[in-house]
Write a protein that binds this ligand. Sequence first.
Ligand SMILES: [Zn+2]
Length: 373
Amino acid sequence: MSKKYVGSREWSTLPKIKLEQPIRDIPVIEWDRPNTFLTLGLRNTGKSTLTELLAVHHDKIVDLYGSKDNENLCWCRDSSPIDDILLVHGENTEIDSSWPSIPVNELSLKDIESYEGIVTCNSFFSSDEVKYEACTKILNNLYERFEWKKIIFVAMREAIDILYSRLNRGKGEKDIKIETMTFQRQLRHFGVSFGLDLLKWTGLDKEIRLLADYTIIKKVGWQELPGEIAWIGSYVRPDTFRYLNKNEMILLTSNGAIGYCTSPELKWHKEEGVDLLKELGIQIKHREAPEKSTQQKVGDKEHAEIIKKYDDTQSMLVVSNELSRSLSTISFHVSYHNEQIEELRYCPKCRRAQSVLETTQIHTTDRPISSDD
Ligand SMILES: [Zn+2]
């Protein structure tokens, strides 16, 4: 590897995976092209540390969600080799920290390109649903990366949850499998590497596992090797996988080279029982999420839009036509808005939608419309 720098980091100073013993040919990781790394291991077998180690060998890191303990925030520690970090949080969450932060709905590819590390964590989202939606939004940005020189490493700790939840619900298992494979293959063309980690082989379908350029096996307990790589049993004693230490692994490349490797400890990796939010002084406030619109019901954002449009046009007819809601619905929401402010001094619907009009009563020139108009 002739590289001098990766991102702002000096290649020679980075902690590295060490090949202790080649077992079949000599496995070599080609860092200068987009790859998929698949790591398998039980809990507490050093999977997360390894994902972080793979990450620092790439110019850019997008660290999606990990466990509930916000371990992804370790990049913000002084000991981390990444300084230039953007925190991404949910739309209805406010973050107070010394790192720049952005709500996921405002994040663009340009932002991703401008930072070395894009970091999210579990606590930055008000619910799992919001978190998975955000994940999709972040990944979709990468599809616009038609031009690239630097490889982005996307860390997907707990890969299955993220991969499968980014896909539309209501689809059959087969569709999801095909979509996931296409997604993985496509992002490669946009200069994106993946680090996926799994607890069980069966967490991902065989077809998806076969797309891995590097398969890293850590301590897996009693799980048997899956069919497609059962052949490595003739090179590595199957017992080995029951006894590997946290820093040990078997590395398998897509061209069939096998090696026994070790990895160093990372000083920035989160220790057990440490609250990184507290350590880094990051404050989080979740607002109530806006209610969504349905055909029968006007959600909070639509309510705010009705109020704003009516304030601008002073015509219920115009608003009704533009938003395809009945005149009586528009009339109802304008009155509701004004009544709420009269009573509570703010409109809860506008507040949840973060409208600037949340405390402003709207002057009405239309005569009120009753529901039988
Ligand atoms: Zn309102």
